[in-house]
Design a protein around this ligand. Structure first.
Ligand code: FAD
Length: 382
């Protein structure tokens, strides 16, 4: 793949960082489920937490291609760290505030998020509302002092540790998606209760929470954009999030491929390395092709975003293909490793569990396909 020198350097920096600062502690963090705030701070010191945002707000000023390469390098070692630090903190929260915030909101929050002095969360999903956010039940009522939020959010990554939460609320129920507003809410706001969601299948070092809003007051200056902009804000942020998540999935596929090539050369059965058996070669050949196809789609989505062209089609293709390819890669990597692939001692079984999480969040595979179908056929089937 053709990359610039700067893009190669960012990939190499992120890979070095992931190998030194994340890989040695992956297993420990998975077991104790500790939130990787220390890693986020080190990423900030290494210039890996500013993404594509302008330097005047403390951002990294890199292009989208460089950003997805960094996401691949970090995500291939720890999809949990990727979730907390990159897709949520930068792609979702950073994009919402940068693209729709006032100048005061940008200056107040963005440099703090990019230095990991503040942790952000993005609260769209609810107990009764996932794929169809226009049906959102959490309400925002306008009064003289600002807004009052009532309702619940579910599945919120970084939710119980976040200092600032971008919360989507229905401000005009009759209008469905046109009535949604977005607010920047303090994590310790009176009336907000947060509960950690435990026993997830994977992404164990990524914090996930349920949030309960009981008359939470939000001042006027915490509204993002205008009332009614919320759906557009969510879609804009999700387009960035889905691009980065596709890249994390490529990282998982590459990690599985690397592990398979190493193991196939070393494990012997029937008097020779298993890599010499035809069906093992088929697994490796299919995995390598899937991985490269996912990478090409992801970089193409990033290039389309860099060119400022409509990117929805490229982004949803990349997200659904790359996340499903990662699930296939991890599943087949376990098959290639035989019994030991099933053990926690090897990273593969955790990658399978994490990859499944990526195929669900920021819109399931089915939803990505429905968006793609709408783009191609011009008619919405949902
Ligand atoms: C690990 C993890 C982290 C997450 N982090 C966040 C976060 O930070 N912030 C946030 O807001 N949310 C977050 N989510 C929530 C996630 O975005 C939702 O789980 C996802 O959008 C699906 O919603 P749901 O779970 O309610 O499923 P549902 O919408 O109930 O869907 C159930 C099933 O029906 C399918 N389906 C739904 N509608 C259709 C249709 N029209 N046609 C065909 N099939 C359909 C879905 O694909 C799925 O298979 C997270 C989820 C997970 C698992």
């Amino acid at each position: 793949m053709q990359l610039t020198e700067a893009q190669r350097m960012i990939y190499a920096t992120a890979k070095r960082f992931a190998d030194r600062e994340i890989r040695p502690y992956v297993r420990e963090r998975r077991d104790d489920e500790s939130f990787p705030l220390d890693v986020m701070r080190k990423m900030a010191e290494s210039g890996l937490l500013g993404g594509t945002f302008p330097e005047e707000y403390g951002g990294g000023g890199i292009d989208n291609v460089s950003y997805v390469l960094a996401c691949e390098a970090i995500g291939g070692v720890s999809p949990s760290v990727f979730t907390a630090a990159l897709t949520v903190q930068l792609s979702l929260v950073g994009t919402a505030i940068y693209a729709f915030g006032t100048e005061e909101q940008r200056r107040r929050y963005l440099p703090e998020l990019f230095a990991a002095r503040l942790v952000g969360a993005f609260a769209l999903s609810e107990p009764n509302v996932g794929s169809d956010p226009a049906a959102m039940e959490l309400t925002a009522q306008h009064n003289e002092g600002g807004w009052v939020l009532n309702g619940a959010k579910f599945w919120i990554s970084n939710g119980s540790v976040a200092d600032v939460i971008v919360v989507f609320a229905q401000a005009d129920p009759g209008k469905r998606h046109k009535g949604i507003a977005a607010f920047i809410v303090d994590g310790d706001a009176p009336g907000l209760e947060r509960r950690v969601i435990t026993e997830k299948l994977g992404l164990h070092a990524s914090n996930t929470a349920a949030l309960f809003f009981d008359g939470v007051h939000v001042a006027h200056d915490r509204l993002l954009g205008k009332p009614g902009d919320g759906f557009k804000i969510a879609q804009t942020s999700l387009e960035s999030g889905r691009t980065s998540t596709a890249a994390c999935a490529v990282g998982i596929s590459q990690a599985c491929l690397d592990a398979c090539i190493a193991y196939a050369g070393q494990r012997r059965q029937w008097g020779k390395p298993i890599g010499g058996h035809q069906l093992i070669q088929e697994i490796v050949a299919d995995m390598a092709t899937d991985c490269e196809a996912a990478r090409l789609l992801t970089v193409e989505a990033a290039r389309t975003r860099d060119a400022g062209e409509p990117a929805t089609k490229a982004v949803v293709m990349a997200k659904q293909f790359a996340t499903e390819a990662a699930v296939r890669a991890a599943r087949n990597a376990i098959a290639l490793h035989g019994g030991v692939g099933y053990l926690g001692e090897y990273p593969i079984e955790a990658l399978l569990r994490d990859a499944i999480g990526l195929s669900l969040y920021e819109g399931t595979t089915q939803i990505q396909k429905l968006i793609l179908g709408r783009e191609l056929l011009g008619v919405s089937a949902f």
